[in-house]
Design a protein around this ligand. Structure first.
Ligand code: NAP
Ligand code: HSE
Length: 428
């Protein structure tokens, strides 16, 4: 049986787009033999043609992304240019022209997902985005298909490769934050504006997409409480390490069955060295899904970088091509409006480092603040003496609102010279 030819229009030929085009060229014959789909790179849109002339034929390259989504000879569109408004318009146009779309754009899906899914459903074609969450790790499809009937309680994980790489380099090699970030950018892990990585916004986009699928509701990036890693210092990491913990930037989403509320958050956290997430190093990602019947499932792999992300895109492209030929498409079904749990209603144990004056009465003044806010201290230690002395507190389980009120009051104490990065403890 002859393979069906599917002509792909690719928008973007950067880290991910170039890796995808390369993979298609390498794998096209094997894919045709195994799946009956002959993939052809028909068009590639970029901003600057000169920079891509060496790797792509002149008749494939264009600077006109609109032309790609309107081109009647293009069957399917891969969007890997990033950004929100222009990408949204291009994807809507491609879908309305009957072309399935595969995208790696989490910022877009986490903002306009519901509108785009509805447009794809109306057109009866695929909008697939496995690559948008955790690069090369298959996670969206397992959540959408394999775990469709599973009541999920919590999804927790390292969903940003850049920040995990930075924290690993700071923790293991004593690298500075700046050097580790520059290296992550050079390796193609970081977003074009790395603020999205280090401030937790990229992770927030991903965990909102995960929450939407896991709990069947429309959670958007703006619903996510997010803190990044910019306040975490080498000293915070060293203290956590000495106490037997690893510092990780985590995305967490939980469903409270009793209230029906969904909590969605991103923040630095500490996990015990025995926790499976503690050994996830460099740009690797890992996500733990806790289901009522399935128990804990862990998904692990390369969460960033051209080739792993391109691999996810390629899988989606083959599925969308087969579906196009059958007149079928994948759907997320109806996403309800979420009941969101405010961050202030969450609770956990906390690790809080403070830089203080080293003189009589300081401990009394500081612990008095914890007591006034009903935050119970599990352990405390002093690190260093004289100028630059640090007090480190590990609390029992406490409410977020109480902990934040405690921090605000600590900041006003004369004897506290600096309040360090707050680290939430993930116990299991
Ligand atoms: P990138 O290296 O900056 O590449 C972006 C590409 O898009 C470039 O080729 C650029 O053209 C092209 N482009 C930008 N605006 C365009 C426009 N208006 N018209 C035509 N072409 C345009 O970005 P990337 O790292 O590949 O990321 C692409 C997408 O994948 C983003 O949504 C990102 O969040 C997502 N993603 C990235 C990774 C990763 O590890 N990098 C992983 C998962 C998902 P020029 O080359 O001419 O400038
Ligand atoms: N900048 C992202 C990261 C790319 O570092 O995880 C993968 O989505």
């Amino acid at each position: 049986m002859a393979a069906i030819q599917v002509r792909i229009g690719v928008i973007g030929h950067g880290t991910v787009g170039a890796a995808f085009v390369r993979l298609v060229k390498q794998q096209a014959s094997a894919i045709a033999a195994r799946s009956g789909v002959q993939l052809v790179i028909a068009r590639v849109a970029v901003r600057n043609i000169d920079a891509h002339k060496n790797s792509l034929a002149a008749d494939v390259l264009t600077t006109d992304a609109e032309f790609v989504v309107n081109d009647p000879t293009v069957d399917l569109v891969v969007e890997v240019m990033g950004g929100i408004d222009q990408a949204r318009g291009l994807i809507l146009k491609a879908l309305s022209n009957g072309k399935p779309v595969v995208t790696a754009n989490k910022a877009l899906i986490a903002t306009h997902g519901a509108e785009l899914f509805a447009a794809a459903d109306n057109a009866g074609i695929d909008l697939l985005f496995e690559a948008a969450v955790c690069g090369g790790i298959p996670l969206i499809r397992p959540l959408r298909e394999s775990l469709r009937g599973e009541p999920i309680r919590r999804v927790l994980g390292i969903v940003n490769g850049t920040t995990n790489y930075i924290l690993t380099k700071m923790s293991e090699d004593g690298a500075s934050y700046e050097d580790a970030l520059a290296s992550a950018q050079q390796l193609g892990y970081a977003e074009s504006d790395p603020t999205a990585d280090v401030e937790g916004l990229d992770a927030a986009a991903k965990i909102s997409i995960i929450a939407s699928i896991a709990f069947g509701c429309n959670v958007v990036a703006g619903d996510v409480y997010s803190e990044g890693i910019t306040k975490i210092t080498a000293a915070d990491i060293a203290i956590a390490k000495r106490l037997g913990y690893a510092v990780k930037l985590l995305g967490v989403t939980e469903f409270d069955k009793a209230s029906g509320a969904v909590s969605v958050r991103v923040h630095p956290a500490i996990v015990s060295m025995q926790h499976p997430l503690a050994s996830v190093r460099e740009a690797f990602n890992a996500v733990v899904v806790d289901g009522e019947a399935s128990g804990s499932l862990m998904f692990y792999g390369r969460g960033a970088g051209g080739d792993p992300t391109a691999s996810s895109i390629l899988g989606d492209v083959i599925d969308a091509s087969i579906n196009l030929n059958k007149g079928a498409h994948a759907t997320l079904g109806v996403l309800s409006a979420p009941k969101l749990q405010p961050m202030s209603d969450t609770s956990c144990e906390y690790l809080l480092p403070l830089e203080v004056a080293d003189k009589p009465g300081v401990l009394h003044a500081v612990t008095g603040v914890f007591a006034r806010h009903n935050v119970s201290i599990r352990a405390a230690e002093q690190d260093g003496i004289g100028h630059g002395a640090r007090l480190v507190f590990l609390t029992h389980n406490a409410g977020e609102a109480a902990m934040q009120a405690c921090i605000s009051e600590l900041k006003k104490l004369d004897v506290v010279t600096h309040v360090g990065g707050l680290l939430r403890v993930i116990a299991d």
